[in-house]
Design a protein around this ligand. Structure first.
Ligand code: S3P
Length: 428
């Protein structure tokens, strides 16, 4: 297990381009694999989670070449092959849930497994709608947890009202909908990230979005092409907050994806009094808005209240938002975030325990946290194998007195290989 020691930073200065977007990289590989013809993916994220998807598609018989770019010889909607053994999704919920949609459309037997953390994550949310569509899909613990076994095929379209806002569930249903007879409709309670529905039309799918309703037509063959992946806002988030809370800092974060379904953290930080500018180059890359962000240390951030309807747009930024809250004046309350209990770790508990160790006053709520800002003191924090917990507390360590020790720091490789090197490069 890797242990990293961090001390207080004098200031952070410089320019960075964060790693490629994880959500878009997963989708680019999956959609290219089920399209006809050759696809070329530029700036694919090579990290633990996205390699799980790449290896899974290779195990399903797709021809993939990994060089500077990823070249995929697509199998077409109906060309995937029955895998020889269970497909290991590693730590990646996105791989497991999106693939459960694809495999439900395929008339062969397959099993999806994962690591210890993924094996405890809820799967009924995809099993219920996929079964309604006609998939033979079962899983451990009375259809609640991985592994999942599927024998798909013969799907029919459904109209499905989702009980939880989840882009993974929405995407699983839309992907299964590609194989179903008729038009499949998903209705979300709150808008979640919309990469799947933005990307599908680039591959020739017939998708219609009307507010919280998304529809896809089944039986339309897809065609491969080029896909450029922007830098990941969720990885940038650690440096956005670092730039704000380490005194005297100025960081330019380049080519970062600014899809509004992902940037709730920017709105929250601005409400807290942060100085962040979309500096220049607002543009589109593969249908996704992209720009450069300039973050300058902000004196006097103040506490705010965050409620349920904004949570999906900052779902993965909860850990680093908690660190910003710990450095702000007054109390920040985050509610309606019960989904954070079933991420790679129970992130509500992980943040409450870690912040308390660093001397912060925290109230743990069933659906969130209440954090009273104050001085941070260095502590020893266990990542719990969760990449975002490791990175959030690493940033906290830059503002803490004494030493902060991150145990299990190798977890950062799930989404952000090179995180510690990038951080080191900014220290002045
Ligand atoms: C993701 C959706 C979100 C997010 C995860 C990636 C995706 O999960 O937390 O990191 O790529 O669709 P949920 O769908 O469970 O909210």
């Amino acid at each position: 297990m890797a242990t990293i020691e961090l001390g207080r930073a004098k200031r952070l200065k410089g320019e960075i381009t964060p790693p490629p977007d994880k959500s878009i990289s997963h989708r680019a590989v999956i959609l290219s694999s089920i399209s006809g013809g050759r696809s070329v993916i530029r700036n694919f994220l090579v990290a633990g989670d996205t390699m799980s998807t790449l290896n899974a598609m290779a195990a399903l018989g797709v021809g993939i070449k990994q060089g500077k770019e990823i070249i995929i010889e697509g199998a077409g909607l109906h060309g995937l092959k029955e895998p020889l053994s269970p497909i290991d999704c590693g730590n990646s919920g996105t791989t497991m849930r999106l693939l459960s949609g694809i495999l439900s459309g395929n008339p062969f037997f397959s099993v999806l497994t994962g690591d210890e953390s993924l094996s405890l994550r809820p799967m009924a949310r995809v099993i219920t709608p996929l079964r309604q569509m006609g998939s033979n899909i079962i899983s451990r613990g009375g259809d609640r947890y991985p592994p999942i076994a599927i024998k798909g095929g013969g799907l029919k379209a459904v109209r499905y009202k989702m009980p939880v806002a989840s882009a993974q569930v929405k995407s699983a249903i839309l992907l299964a909908g590609l194989y179903a007879e008729g038009s499949t409709e998903v209705i979300e309670p709150v808008k979640s990230r919309d990469h799947t529905e933005r990307m599908l039309p680039f591959y020739g799918a017939d998708v219609r979005v009307d507010g919280l309703n998304t529809r896809v037509t089944g039986g339309v063959e897809l065609k491969g092409g080029r896909c450029d992946v922007p830098a990941d806002f969720s990885s940038a988030a650690f440096f956005i907050v670092a730039g704000l809370i380490v005194e005297g800092s100025e960081i330019l974060i380049k080519k970062v994806g600014l899809n509004p379904t992902r940037t709730g953290l920017l709105d929250a930080l601005k409400r807290m009094g942060a100085s962040i500018k979309i500096e220049k180059n607002p543009r589109e890359v593969s249908g996704e808005p992209v720009g450069d962000l300039y973050c300058k240390a902000s004196q006097g951030l103040h506490g705010i209240k965050i409620t349920g309807e904004t949570i999906p747009s900052l779902i993965d930024e909860f850990p680093i938002l908690c660190i910003a809250a710990a450095c702000a004046d007054g109390v920040t309350t985050i509610k309606g975030a019960e989904e954070l209990r079933v991420k790679e770790s129970d992130r509500i508990k992980a943040m409450a325990d870690g912040l308390r160790k660093m001397g912060v006053e925290v109230k743990e709520l069933s659906d969130g946290l209440s954090i009273k800002g104050g001085p941070l003191k260095g502590a020893s924090i266990d990542s719990r194998g969760d990449h975002r917990i490791a990175m959030a507390f690493s940033i906290a360590g830059l503002c803490a007195s004494g030493k902060t020790i991150i145990k299990g720091a190798e977890a950062v490789d799930i989404s952000f290989p090179g995180f510690y090197e990038m951080l080191k490069g900014l220290r002045r």
